[in-house]
Design a protein around this ligand. Structure first.
Ligand SMILES: NC(=O)c1ccc[n+]([C@@H]2O[C@H](COP(=O)([O-])OP(=O)(O)OC[C@H]3O[C@@H](n4cnc5c(N)ncnc54)[C@H](OP(=O)(O)O)[C@@H]3O)[C@@H](O)[C@H]2O)c1
Length: 239
């Protein structure tokens, strides 16, 4: 089942593409941030399929702005879309998964839950709560054979990022100098949807971006030689 809300046409298009590729898919429109819509989405899943194996909680709607511009309604929207939606969907989904003997839930988070990015305070706060909820859900749903994890993505080289032509060069702090693609995030998601041995985890998929605090040095560091016994301040390296 493919869900979309603001981008109904895109949701219907994605569904058509899955069917054209030989898969089975149904599009169900509705907001995951509205309890009545969510109930309708799961009623639809129940009536069409009689159960569920997987739930991917991908929706996010956080205001990108400095915290001085973030108003209570922005935080509430971010929490409703990321956190309340996951809780409600997990509860409704667990009922349908129970009929199949269990299932897997994966929520999409961000390394901004643990780090600080400019203008990400509203989103990052909601993602931190989402990851905490993932851990609690993992424990409470384990007796029903349902595993709950998060993919904690770094900045993704994809459609969303292309909206910001003046964005910082996030690649600079990725050791391989390349951001994860949408496909690479999908691979992490598929792993968690199929792997049995991980529960309650925030699976970091940032290509190592969170490990580095600055760009790699461009110059080869000077080493001690007879001619230059004291390396310049700040360039001495332990080998
Ligand atoms: N792009 C990145 O660099 C990055 C990095 C880390 C994590 N993430 C996370 O990855 C997920 C997807 O983000 P994206 O990159 O595709 O950015 P995006 O374009 O902002 O996507 C937001 C997604 O959430 C859905 N959504 C928002 N409000 C909804 C609602 N009330 N009900 C149902 N769906 C709703 C949107 O669908 P509709 O338009 O149909 O509402 C859209 O699919 C988000 O959780 C985001 O936080 C993204």
């Amino acid at each position: 089942v493919v869900n979309s809300f603001h981008s109904r046409q895109r949701g219907e298009q994605t569904t058509a593409e899955i069917i054209a590729a030989g898969g089975r898919a149904v599009h169900v429109w509705g907001s995951v941030a509205q309890a009545a819509h969510l109930q309708n989405i799961f009623r639809e899943i129940d009536s069409r399929f009689g159960g569920s194996d997987f739930l991917v909680s991908n929706a996010g709607n956080g205001f990108i702005a400095p915290l001085k511009d973030v108003r209570p309604e922005h935080l509430l929207k971010a929490f409703h879309t990321n956190v309340v939606a996951l809780h409600q969907a997990a509860m409704l989904g667990a009922g349908l998964m129970g009929r199949r003997g269990g299932g897997k839930i994966v929520a999409i988070s961000s390394i901004g839950a643990h780090l600080s990015f400019d203008y990400f305070g509203c989103n990052g706060t909601a993602k931190a709560a989402l990851e905490c909820l993932v851990r609690y859900l993992a424990v409470e749903l384990a007796p029903h054979n349902i595993q709950v994890n998060a993919v904690s993505a770094g900045v993704i080289d994809g459609e969303w990022l292309r909206q910001f032509p003046d964005r910082p060069r996030f690649e600079a702090v990725v050791p391989r100098q390349r951001l994860n693609s949408e496909q690479e995030i999908l691979e992490a998601l598929l792993f968690l949807l199929t792997h049995g041995g991980t529960n309650g985890a925030s699976w970091t998929a940032d290509a190592g971006a969170g490990l580095c605090i600055c760009e790699p040095i461009s110059a080869r560091p000077r080493t001690r030689t007879a001619e230059s016994p004291s390396p310049q301040r700040g360039t001495e390296h332990v080998r």
